[in-house]
Unconditional design. Sequence first.
Length: 591
Amino acid sequence: MCGIFAVVNDKNKNAAQTILEGLKKLEYRGYDSWGIAVKPLQGKSIKYEKHVGKIGEAKTTLPKSSLGIGHTRWATHGGVTNLNAHPHLDCTGRIAVIHNGIIENYQQIKKNLIKKGHRLLSETDTEVIAHLIEETLKSQSVEKAVFNSFNKLLGSNAISVLIFDKELIIACRKGSPLVVGIDDKNNQYFLGSDVPAFLKFTNNVYFLEDGEGVIISKNSIRVFYLRSKKEKKFKPQTVSWKVEEVEKSGYPHFLLKEISEQKETIGKTATINDKKIIQVANLIKKGYQPVFTGCGSAYYCSLGGKYFFAKSKVQSQAYSANEFIPFARLTNKNTLMIVISQSGETADTLISAKEAKKYGAKIVAVVNARGSTLERLADVTIPVSCGPEIAVVSTKAFTAQLATLYLLSEAVTGNLKKAQEEIKNISLVLKNWLNENLLKQLISLSKNLINEDNIYLIGKNFNYPAALEFALKLKETSYIHAEAFAAGELKHGVIALIKKNTLCFVLAANDEVKEEILSSAAEVKARGGKIIGVAPFDSNEFDQLVKTPDLGDLTILANIIVGQLLGYYLAVQKGYDPDKPRNLAKSVTVK
Ligand code: F6R
């Protein structure tokens, strides 16, 4: 949600170009507008540009410079306009600020600044920061002015500041991610909301902690505690991501690449995290009560976990993290809060984890991105390690997390080894199944679906969370209204929606509820509905079948992949960008 990027001592003295390329790698965090500000090698003021829309093939005409900041925006306060795009400048034009987050008290700060004569031009909360620094600078050093101004902001925020009179970038973090990239070889330094932004230059990084600030000049990187202003000795770390992982590598879109990568990423979950899984399983065996939480796909994954655990005779709860707070007081020191998140930075998810922690819960993070806030607040982290997920829509992280929850549920009953073999085998089966024929069938199906206004989906047991996830994929990428229901809910009201030619996907497996879901399909068909089965078997109730491999309880993995691919092809057929669906951002760092 908003991408921050900065470079200090750009080796080609072309900071604007480096920033533009970095922003392209961060665009998944927000893509309604973007902007860059640099301190030119020659000239008497900061130079900047701002544009509405995606960066695409944009070029920059900003002058030569070795220092600058850039931002890609996901609007919160104020519409999508050039004026509201970042960077925002103070009255003198000598301070430029970019920001990720929401300043909860910005109205009050704005009022005070206006009283003092500041002229604010945009509708954003961000602009107050530049003016607040300008005001504070009247009595304090640059470093203190930035740190103290930041300390006055309420909410989750990260900022990066360029000050014309100084050869440095200052950045602060509380709640929103910031990571420093250290390219010692070329003596150039970076700052980003995420590692892919500068991975091309370095994988030597320092993840800023909440309440820390950093001053980056061409001679040093100094980290400070924002409250005490004391300097902190920090230790950079190496991240294992490779440059190819943040490139499309021949695929037309990241989404298709990441869907395809599941042939490996699902299987990989069976070869990593043994010890962590056993450690968490032992906690459950000792009597800790599992509570799953996450948002969006991660919530559906949580629901999947609840079904897996039920099969292992473990009582658990699953809450959407954005509705968890009323239930937080039910947690206690016996609660094992299993928090699912690709990014580890989702605001509602973090709030829920922190709240449960306050009541004494132990936190287990099942995450993909490394160095995240969630990872830092967790007692145990199970990294699903499927590499950077760049497409906004979650695919490979979701299935790796679901597979990991399956392993965990089996580990509780002492069947981890067996489950690992199963998952490894599934990976082989997926390799065969995800072939040209399947893709052809789904391309052709997507062509038949492009004019649908409403699509319904039903599932039962494990296939219920799978249907929810399938529907979310269709909604996000094709903007078709797709609604999933537990098959048994149909007769309690939903069936009123079914009329002639209403399209209904039926997700099924060879399991104990097979006959029941087919009865529900028959009820829809009897009312004129058109049924597309997604299952390892055919049935008279299906007008069409997308055949998935029979993977036992894990058939849902293949059923969900069908939804991911259909969503992808629908977006392509409709001329939408599958990697960057409208209105969405990859990492939702605001509540
Ligand atoms: C759906 C999707 C979102 C995320 C949700 C949580 O395709 O990507 O629903 O799953 O925003 O994000 P993380 O997993 O980063 O906490």
